[in-house]
Design a binder for this molecule. Sequence first.
Ligand code: 13P
Ligand code: SF4
Length: 349
Amino acid sequence: PASDPNLVERARKAKEALGERLFVLGHHYQRDEVIQFADVTGDSFKLAQQAAARPEAEFIVFCGVHFMAESADILTGPGQQVILPDLAAGCSMADMATFDQVEECWEALEDAGLADGVIPVTYMNSSADIKAFCGRHGGVVCTSSNAKRALEWAFEQGKQVLFLPDQHLGRNTAVLEMGMSLDDCVLWNPHRPNDMAAVADARMILWKGHCSVHGRFTAESVDDVRERVPGVNVLVHPECRHEVVLKADHVGSTEHIIKTLQAAPAGSSWAIGTELNLVKRLAGMFPDKNVSFLDKTVCYCSTMNRIDLPHLVWALESLVLGETVNRITVEADTAHWARVALDRMLALP
Ligand code: 13P
Ligand code: SF4
């Protein structure tokens, strides 16, 4: 549905009143009604870079999810405040690796005499605590656009990688981009005892986490769309299961998905395996191409969708009135070590 014109006008006025004091970042999965107010849109990597790009802005309003706003707080200066318009905008994948679970895993690796050779690598989609854990233990953060480079860097430092928390991004990158075999990977289940002999033999120790949105695409979704749409190109996000990515034609981050469609010839057909707000936007942006959703069922990210126009207007108007609502702050020691891991990512060649 079209955005409420009254709210659109209020958001516009509040932005105007705040001027250069305000910088609005928007992830590609945000609703159209919100993304229209973003000064910069991007994938997780671009948004992490951009967070630090406007040191003069007092307020960074982050239209995305909690782990992204935490990273923005870590990467911005002390005089800057990061605001998440709805605090319920979390990420179920990030919640699948808690600090205590990761500490327990590390203790088990230490007891088995393995920890010295293990480099922890965490996907951006994790809490600041987990990023700090990686910073303290010589590890790095990665996003879907630099996972291969981060893994190459990690394997230069150690014999094994503990990859948190998305098993699919870890497996897809190791097997499809780095030439490892499925047997080089072992799953770490935080809820059950793990086979330490198998863990010792693996190169990649994959945390048993996943994205419930991308997890809904199946190999049958790909077969089905190929039957329905002759000549279709299947383009998916690396958070999809391995068998889906194996069957796809192209894989990449949200920014990569957009660039691939931009470069595609008019008249070509594309089935996209990622969140629905982005796929619908792409269909509107490229009317000369046949863009469809990879699955027949609707697949929004419910937490990304928590940021809606009423919450954005509330956050902006509060700032105009001199009140900061929903500020995201990361405790100093955690922020320090998380920054170490984030800076290692930002310095990757
Ligand atoms: P991108 O970094 O590809 O935008 O992926 C982000 C994501 O999954 C947000 O949940
Ligand atoms: Fe988290 Fe998946 Fe939503 Fe991304 S799409 S924010 S990984 S739940």
